[in-house]
Design a protein around this ligand. Structure first.
Ligand code: GLU
Length: 554
């Protein structure tokens, strides 16, 4: 009479290692008390989701702030959903946001660390060693059900209005003897391996989640698939083995996994492995027509991190935004510690949102705008250049043709106590400043400038002529503006908008109108960065020639 050991040897004749061997190969990590080992475990199924960036950032921070280890594991056991090359590109995008692993998967040809391989498809022997053990102790078995049989079972359960799934009396191949299994295998019938659950869905189990607190969950009783027909394990089983042998102390993952936690707990207990701590992170949601829903890969541009990269949101703005989602006290801390690096903030599990985090693009923009405004022009120049090199070639060529010129443009009303807050992303910059470049300026149709309708062209011309004649840019901004006011008054304009408002009939307009004439001449539109600074950068000759060019159309 055969026993489970015989069955295990028949299924895995080449697995000679034991769990003890694996324990020796992957010994405890030598880390100080309290150091956390966390991981990010993406599946290479497409682009980096904003929610995944959030999860990975939080996971990395917990490891770093506790002096622990953050590693990346590529969960590529779902070969049907795999998109070639996406694993590597996920890692590259994470790097942009400073999420850099201490160890783990770096690319298909590079890994760092002693606990690998870090790509699940290269870990078959390790999984099979544990599955073999499960079979030996009677806690896993081959299941020979065909897809049709499973569909039939589902139908039968629907009719009977019972909990669906492969469990208890519905688990057709659960109770066979080793001899019966062996006979079926020898007959050549295809099979997969299932876990043999000892749970009961009428029971509740207690569990403490680092974020959600004390939970009461329904015990697992499903005989889930642990080894698929392609020879690779399912997520549930692979994560058990990996998080154990890689010595993860805290599994930080999206809360969509909370419902399968009872399966994971039973697997850990069956293997005799110490359970890790779990922290189920909020999912990023969006409000649509008053309803909350998950950020969707298909519907929402903001679901893809690449969108923020293309648009040129500065990484520090986006990271800080994610930190505000992560911990409710982050913003207050930031206001009180503006001079510190945002990574000095200590994340806490108990300050995490419990019911999903709402994605707020306006807030991403505000934070980015705020932070960009306080960057030194030379620092911002380098950031913008790097972005433009990848995403806006035209702009890039302009920048590198004369970096100092570009930096001086960026420096308009910057590097002062209250800097101007014009830009919330790098792509905002060029449309606002492109007129500085002669070829862009030349392409503006000067006959289509939007002069105020009530302004006679002859009057505009007269004012501009006077401006050219009396121009003096070698003065301070206040002096220049005083001169402009005097010029305005000479032509019948009020030198102040309030005065004009009180008695509009007495004036042709106000000094703001005169500034607008200059803006239209120099920038081709009504709004521009600070007019005094614009002229300082263009220089007197160019200011005059641009005004003359426009006057010729009046
Ligand atoms: N591969 C899983 C996912 O992409 C990872 C879940 C986990 O972190 O354990 O959702």
């Amino acid at each position: 009479m055969a026993n489970y050991k015989d069955l295990a040897n028949l299924i895995f004749p080449n697995i000679t290692e034991t769990i003890e061997d694996l324990e020796k190969r992957y010994p405890e990590r030598n880390l100080p008390e309290g150091a956390m080992v966390t991981r990010f475990a993406p599946s290479p199924t497409g682009f980096l989701h904003t929610g995944s960036l959030f999860t990975s950032l939080v996971s990395a921070r917990f490891a770093k702030q506790s002096g622990g280890v953050f590693y990346i594991r590529l969960e590529d056991t779902d070969t049907k959903r795999e998109i070639a090359g996406s694993g590597q590109s996920l890692i590259e995008q994470l790097k942009v946001f400073d999420v850099i692993p201490d160890e783990g998967y770096i690319s298909d040809t590079c890994e760092i660390g002693q606990y690998g391989p870090y790509k699940q498809s290269n870990r078959s022997n390790i999984y099979n060693t544990v599955i073999k053990h499960f079979i030996e102790i009677g806690r896993a078995y081959p299941c020979f059900c065909s897809a049709e049989e499973l569909a039939e079972l589902r139908h039968e359960q629907e009719e009977a209005k019972v909990i669906p799934g492969y469990y208890g009396k519905y688990a057709k191949y659960r109770g066979l003897t080793p001899d019966e299994y062996i006979e079926l295998i020898k007959s050549g019938k295809p099979y997969i391996i299932r876990f043999k659950s000892m749970g009961d869905h009428n029971n509740k189990i207690k569990f403490h989640d680092e974020i959600k607190g004390d939970l009461e969950l329904t015990e697992n009783d499903q005989d889930i698939v642990i080894l698929k027909s392609d020879g690779l394990p399912t997520y549930h089983f692979a994560h058990l083995v990996d998080d154990h042998f890689m010595h993860t102390t805290h599994v930080t993952r999206g809360e969509e996994w909370l419902s399968s936690l009872p399966i994971h707990l039973e697997l850990f207990d069956t293997a005799g492995f110490k359970r890790p701590h779990y922290a189920h992170l909020p999912v990023i949601m969006k409000v649509e027509n008053g309803n909350r829903r998950k950020l969707s890969k298909r519907k929402d541009l903001e679901a893809a991190v690449s969108y923020f990269l293309e648009q040129g949101y500065p990484k520090y703005g986006f990271i800080e935004y994610l930190l505000t989602i992560a911990n409710s006290n982050y913003e207050q801390w930031r206001d009180e510690n503006l001079d510190k690096n945002f990574y000095d903030f200590h994340l806490q599990f108990d300050k995490m949102s419990l019911d999903g985090a709402l994605f707020d693009l306006a807030k991403v923009q505000n934070i980015s705008k705020e932070r960009m405004a306080y960057k030194k022009a030379s620092v911002l120049e380098a950031e913008v250049e790097e972005w433009a090199k990848e995403y806006d070639k035209d702009f890039y060529n302009k920048i590198i043709a004369d970096r100092d010129f570009f930096t001086s443009i960026l420096n308009i009303e910057r590097e002062k106590e209250k800097p101007r807050k014009d830009y919330s992303k790098y792509s905002d910059i060029y449309p606002i400043i492109s007129f500085f470049y002669d070829d862009v300026y030349e392409a503006i149709d000067k006959n289509a400038l939007e002069w105020k309708l009530e302004m006679e062209h002859s009057l505009i011309k007269e004012v501009l002529e006077d401006y050219i004649e009396t121009i003096n840019l070698e003065v301070t901004e206040d002096e220049w503006f005083n001169n402009l006011k005097e010029l305005a008054v000479r032509h019948g304009f009020a030198d102040n908008i309030k005065v004009w408002k009180k008695n509009k009939e007495a004036y042709k307009g106000h000094v703001g109108d005169v500034s607008e004439f200059l803006r239209l001449c120099l920038a081709g539109r009504k709004n521009s960065p600070n007019l005094y600074c614009v002229q300082q950068i263009l220089g007197k000759d160019k200011v005059i020639s641009r005004i003359k060019e426009v006057m010729a159309t009046l």
